[in-house]
Design a protein around this ligand. Structure first.
Ligand code: HEM
Length: 423
């Protein structure tokens, strides 16, 4: 058998934190290999796999086990105890169907409308501001869209509090295995939002409040599992939050998109014209090009093989997400921002994997990928068509060595004005 290339060191967790999105790329390039061995999280052996074939292997449920592989701290702050992400087998498929049942044409069309309306409503506020930090501004706006879409009624002040709390949880994923300073804060933030959502669920069950059928609050509250049992109210609140919290994370893509329209000549004009679904392709390219999810953990469910190497059962397997989006053999000229590449894309479930790959119903692939694309399309069209603005000097750096990725300045715009011809 061939000997697998190996990144030396007893525990490379700190190196990963230091090199961020580039850690894997640096090694796959150095070893000229789609696979290498490393040690992480206190010296555990792990095999990193990269590329389209790697994604195909990773989403083969017979070969790769996902449950029990997420760092406990990430589960406690980001996803919540018992979250869908941590389930496996029949239980996962059963509950995933609940998430996917929300993604009807009607619900997605409503989401489009809400996104447009909230940005429109928010315009006057942005016109009154000296400067708008797009990253921060979208946190609250997206939370409003998310609550409304999910059928949850809450005052604007409370929504702002929930938005800040959920943003804290998202930031906590920078803490892969290492001590995270905001850990306790993030846990408290999670408890606050879980309390609130649990109360909403209990009230819905008792008929004290009346979310519309088809909304997430209604469907989660009344859902029964394959054994005919409703969800425990706390668990229900955890997973209901797994529908809303990730919407807030779209703020990172929003800032990236506004940056791309500023940074790359002609993009804003082309998004505004939206010929041949240009806004859609632009959004796909934003999700591919800019760093967000670095990699995903799993473990070998049995003895397996990849690229001619043997991998033993129970070995930790790390799928290179960011690197797969930036490989010459998956996307040609990967460092060029080029939405037209999606003109001829075959829609493979294994190459454009910023939100995971494989099948929505049987794999852990992101339940909210269509929601993300829709929110981004409407938001980018809004910035390109409905308003004009200036972009003052600022630090546009997107540091690929820092997890999670973001535009350093947050993406600042000013002098927001309406783009209406009234002559
Ligand atoms: C799962 C990324 C937005 C709901 C995932 C996974 C990733 C991801 C990488 C895990 C894939 C895997 O383990 O194989 C993102 C990113 C988003 C986003 C980058 C945008 C910023 C959303 C939205 C929703 C959502 C808007 C709202 C419904 C979920 C759920 C899962 C998930 C419920 C768990 C699915 C499962 O375990 O089967 N997401 N997501 N995400 N995402 Fe998203």
């Amino acid at each position: 058998a061939k000997r697998m290339p190996k990144d030396r060191g007893l525990d490379n967790t700190l190196t990963i934190m230091k090199e961020g999105y580039e850690y894997i790329q640096n090694r796959t390039k150095k070893f000229n290999s789609n696979v290498f061995e490393t040690r992480v999280l206190g010296g555990k052996q792990a095999v990193v796999i990269s590329g389209k074939q790697a994604a195909e292997l990773f989403y083969d449920n017979d070969k790769i086990e996902r449950s029990g592989t997420l760092p406990p701290r990430v589960v406690k702050t980001l996803f919540g105890k018992g979250a869908i992400h941590t389930t496996t087998g029949k239980k996962h498929i059963d509950r995933k169907a609940l998430f996917m049942s929300l993604m009807t044409d009607e619900n997605l069309t409503y989401l489009r409308k809400l996104t447009r309306n909230y940005w429109f409503q928010n315009t006057q506020r942005m016109q009154l501001m000296d400067e708008v930090n797009v990253y921060k501004e979208s946190i609250i706006l997206l939370t409003k869209v998310g609550f409304r879409w999910a059928g949850i009624i809450e005052t604007p002040e409370n929504i702002e509090q929930h938005a800040m709390d959920m943003d804290k949880m998202i930031d906590s994923f920078g803490a892969i295995g290492s001590p995270y300073k905001g850990y306790r804060e993030a846990k408290k933030a999670r408890a606050r939002v879980e309390d609130f959502l649990e109360e909403q669920i209990i009230k819905t069950r008792k008929g004290k409040i009346h979310p519309e059928p088809g909304s997430a609050l209604y469907e989660f509250s009344h859902w029964e599992d394959m054994n005919g049992k409703p969800m425990d109210s706390r668990l229900c609140s955890v997973d209901l939050m797994n529908v809303i919290r990730p919407l807030v994370a779209i703020n990172r893509f929003v800032a990236y998109g506004v940056l791309a329209m500023h940074e790359f000549p002609g993009e804003r004009t082309r998004v505004a014209r939206d010929d041949n679904d240009y806004a859609y392709k632009f959004v796909q390219e934003v999700r591919r090009y800019y760093p967000f999810v670095p990699f995903l953990p799993g473990k070998a469910a049995k003895n397996i093989e990849f690229d001619g190497y043997k991998i033993k059962k129970d070995t930790m397997i790390i799928l290179d997400v960011f690197g797969t989006l930036h490989r010459e053999d998956t996307f040609s000229e990967p460092e060029r921002f080029n939405p037209y590449r999606f003109d001829n894309w075959d829609g493979s479930p294994f190459d454009l994997i910023p939100q995971g790959g494989g099948d929505y119903h049987t794999n852990h692939r992101c339940a909210g990928e269509w929601m993300t694309i829709i929110i981004m399309e409407e938001t980018m069209k809004y910035f390109a068509q409905e308003i004009n603005y200036d972009v003052p000097p600022q630090d546009f750096t997107v540091d690929r060595t820092k997890l999670p990725g973001r535009v350093k300045s947050g993406m600042i715009i000013n002098n927001v004005r309406l783009n209406i011809d009234r002559t």
